[in-house]
Design a protein around this ligand. Sequence first.
Ligand code: BGC
Length: 363
Amino acid sequence: MKRSLSILVAVVMLLSVVLMGCTLPSGGGPATGGGELIGVAMPTKSLQRWNQDGENMQKLLEKAGYTVDLQYAEDSVDTQLTQIENMITKGAKVLVIASIDGESLGGVLEEAAAEGIKVIAYDRLIKGTPHVDYYATFDNYKVGVIQGQYIIDTLKLAEGEKGPFTMEVFGGSPDDNNAYYFNGGAMDTLKPYIDSGVLVIKSGQTDMEQIAISGWKSEGSQARMDNLLTAFYSDENIDVVLSPNDSLAQGIVASLKAAGYGTASKPYPILTGQDCDITNVKHMIAGEQSMSVFKDTRTLAEKVVGMVEAIMKGTEPEINDTETYDNGKKVVPSYLCDPVFADVNNYKELLIDTGYYEEAQLK
Ligand code: BGC
């Protein structure tokens, strides 16, 4: 009796030790992480998508048994540098970084490399340093192609519609490598119609130096749109605005609204976007923005956590692109997720049915 009791106590003790050390990941198998520290540096809390990215990463990494140091830098390069330095000091094994200025991390990543810490560039490429091991993002060029193709389809340009249609082009933040890919994809797609005069950019402004909006700020795009409307569209409506993302589209909608757009004689122009931010989905439902590009941050976070786990196990992370992303020092092995077209007709299927948002959030 005494013996069976002590066996029972031993079994219970053993079980609790096993359970304490083992959190179950979503797949149901045992967690791989042994509590090691993973640093996650995000650019800002002020844009909805980065909050989702950060939360998803933290949730999945913790589920896999890692300790997470998640930091947001409020778009300050110096703050991000200090946060990364702290992660190195605290003994992070892998750094996942969505940079603010892709060119400014060389020094701190040299420190990371000296400590044997692996670095994954998250969504935005880190440039000018060999010390970035992997890159996970969406196919940024394709984002622009989807936007350009939408304009072509909506205006029936491939069917021979001649317009001419007036258009203006906005660019993303000049320190973000992605901005050039979005612009390249869209402008390459639209080029034949710009060259033939079917699409007329009345301001003539197409160079990134002229059209880029620093820090992806809505106030910046609003101010530029105000200027464009006053200077070039006082006696003619604008038909198309190519905006690379949703934060810029928000500023553009505000400017158009203030200028009296949204009536029968002044209908909203075709306006593109990217991210499916809640504000912009509401704009789409209200007919103020035409489309967005959905980049499911859950997919990206899953891919990056998979990369972290492979690195920690000493195996090779999954890669599907070894050519596109040259950071000036090396071509960074990348995984590109697929961006998806979104508009008022399919947002429910993409965003509500998959649990990305709840219907009430879009009211
Ligand atoms: C991201 C976009 C985002 C933009 C502004 C880009 O690097 O790829 O999804 O809209 O930054 O935060």
